[in-house]
Design a protein around this ligand. Sequence first.
Ligand code: SF4
Ligand code: SF4
Ligand code: FES
Length: 237
Amino acid sequence: MEMRFKIFRFDPEVDKEPRFQSYTVSAEPHHRILDCLNKIKWEQDGTLGYRMSCGHGICGSDGMRINGVCGLACQKLVKEYEGTEVVLEPLPHFKVLKDLIVEMDGFLEQVKRFRPYLISTSPPPEKERYQSPEDRKKVGDVIRCILCACCTAACPAMDENEKYVGPAALVWAYRLINDSRDDAFRERLKAVDFKDGVWSCKNYFECTRVCPKTIPVTKSINLLKREIEKTFPERSH
Ligand code: SF4
Ligand code: SF4
Ligand code: FES
């Protein structure tokens, strides 16, 4: 089948304004959008910029806006778009470095501010820190996060408050707050309890809709809010 693409192009080093460029490639129904991008780059236009690594929904590097919806180009089959012109754009709320490649530093800084690593007061055991299957289940959903940034890019609350830490950072906070091996429960909970933290989430559910790893993002944020209210009943807001 013939697939038509309209792709966002912008190289800040040479272009004054962004523009869209059209391409047509032949593809099989089971091919993914990423396969088409590779075909365009390898056979038609080597100047096209996008990120990819694993090609199989693991590395999180090819997040982009596909016909207006944030997702991974390696997870979207072309047959889902048959007969339409597929518009590819960089993730919203992110600075464009080139074409579909966006600056991720600020996004990763927001994740880092919640210390995305285990904090333990007990000395390291000889082998690994053991976790029961029941405790593992408590973080089983959120542990799947691949930091693709689709949720943060899709979140309408980011339009209302650009300082909002965003859903991905909160997913990582949630994961450690609920990890049975972590000893910084109260500190971590306090760290997300501020205006630009959990309280900027307005329950639009876009993050949950777009998450390629089907993580219940909104639910996790709401559970954090509930946990804050339960753990610190004296707080005023
Ligand atoms: S549920 Fe919260 S984090 Fe998710 S898109 Fe809505 S406002 Fe953003
Ligand atoms: S929560 Fe989902 S959408 Fe957000 S960064 Fe993680 S994997 Fe991507
Ligand atoms: S290329 Fe790794 S997630 Fe798509």
